[in-house]
Write a protein that binds this ligand. Structure first.
Ligand SMILES: NC(=O)c1ccc[n+]([C@@H]2O[C@H](COP(=O)([O-])OP(=O)(O)OC[C@H]3O[C@@H](n4cnc5c(N)ncnc54)[C@H](OP(=O)(O)O)[C@@H]3O)[C@@H](O)[C@H]2O)c1
Length: 360
């Protein structure tokens, strides 16, 4: 499946690549990201392979990531219109100003203007509410975001890192009020972080919201460079930490490495291919700090895991979920009504077991 086998994002007419280029790594302001030249090389390679979907945020390297992207497209004519450019608001770039970030009307409009300026564009294709602002009424947030769509500054809306109940409330309100809907949702999702399967991904499927996993390599832990042998020695460029993984995490890595050996693919490709085929996933956010990492990660698009390999990866990484997800996962359709009823009538319904996997 190449990068230019585009798909519709959620219930929308927006067509995007199966892998979205994450740019949290662009810029050196946080101490571990890519230089401007490396960021531009990553952009060029992604676009050359047919990619059309770029994700950033106002906060990434304190605005530098947006500026790198803005500078890149400013010198390339109409190329900006050929890509789907997504950015986020919420994080405050103006310490001390209580309206510098968050999801109130004043903050949203100002943050949008600032992102447009850094990106050097008239419009944002997909504008994300980056995180949960407990203090802003959701109807105010939704109306302000919808106003940006009406004003032509934003094309589509997305939501990231909110509790499922809040997204469901927002989606219902948007529907009743005829506001532009959230078409996509960013959540942390990988073989080492599967708790979204309890509430968030089933909700997204029900509501027609495309799931976009972030951290699909768990910040590099699933990239293959962390092994039992180098525990405590392999340093993360990102966190600077040298700590090893937990016993449970190594157990997952063992299976990832087995599957990598069987397929001839890298561990990173196996982890990316697994998350990309999870129910509800539309486009997976890939994070690369160097060009060679991007190239290695794009190879995952060609990897088709077998049913048996998927089942082993599913099994080794089964998450513990909040109530009621774990409680209900054995209540497959039909199970609750199987067996004899009180008046002695036998029912024919059977429990449904899907591929013996742990999907709910
Ligand atoms: N909505 C949100 O709250 C949110 C949060 C986080 C991220 N995001 C988005 O999601 C994107 C991806 O997230 P992420 O950066 O956390 O993804 P990730 O794939 O889990 O981690 C990326 C990191 O893994 C390492 N890596 C990547 N490919 C590798 C390879 N082939 N071999 C070895 N190491 C490799 C690099 O770290 P090293 O420095 O160790 O080389 C890289 O910085 C971000 O860019 C951003 O756009 C969104």
């Amino acid at each position: 499946m190449p990068l230019d086998s585009y798909l519709s994002l959620g219930r929308s007419g927006l067509r995007v690549s199966p892998f979205c280029l994450g740019t949290m790594t662009f810029g050196e302001d946080w101490g571990w990201g890519s230089s401007v030249a490396e960021s531009e090389a990553i952009l060029t390679e992604y676009l050359a392979q047919g990619g059309n979907f770029i994700d950033t945020a106002n906060i990434y390297t304190n605005g530098h990531a947006e500026k790198i992207i803005g500078d890149y497209f400013a010198t390339r004519g109409e190329l900006r219109d050929r890509v789907v450019l997504a950015t986020k608001f919420f994080c405050n770039l103006h310490p001390g100003d209580p309206n510098g970030g968050g999801a109130g009307r004043k903050a949203i409009i100002r943050q949008c203007e600032e992102s447009l300026r850094r990106l050097q564009t008239d419009y944002i294709d997909l504008y994300w509410l980056h995180n949960y602002d407990r203090t802003a009424p959701i109807e105010e947030t939704l109306r302000a975001m919808d106003d940006l769509v009406t004003a032509g500054k934003v094309r589509y809306l997305g939501v990231s890192d909110l509790p499922a109940w809040k997204v469901a409330q927002a989606a219902t309100l948007a529907d009743f009020c005829h506001f532009a809907p959230f078409i996509a949702m960013q959540v942390e999702y990988s073989l080492l972080a599967r708790t979204v399967e309890g509430e968030l991904t089933p909700m997204a499927q029900e509501l027609g919201i495309g799931v976009m996993p972030w951290g699909p390599l768990r910040g590099g832990k699933l990239s293959g460079k962390y092994t039992r042998d180098n525990a405590g020695q392999q340093k993360s460029d990102r966190t600077g930490s040298t700590s090893g993984l937990s016993a449970d995490e190594y157990a997952v890595l063992d299976v990832v490495n087995q599957v990598a050996d069987e397929t001839g693919a890298s561990a990173a490709a196996v982890a990316l291919a697994w998350v990309h085929q999870c129910p509800g996933v539309s486009s997976t956010l890939i994070g690369a700090r160097r060009l060679d990492q991007l190239q290695a990660n794009l190879a995952a698009l060609d990897l088709k895991l077998t049913v048996d390999q998927l089942a082993r990866l599913d099994e080794c990484s089964v998450p513990t979920l909040n109530f009621p997800a774990d409680n209900n996962r054995h209540l497959a359709p039909g199970l609750a009504f199987a067996g004899a009823t009180v008046d002695g009538v036998k029912t024919t319904a059977q429990p449904m077991i899907v591929n013996n996997t742990t999907r709910y």
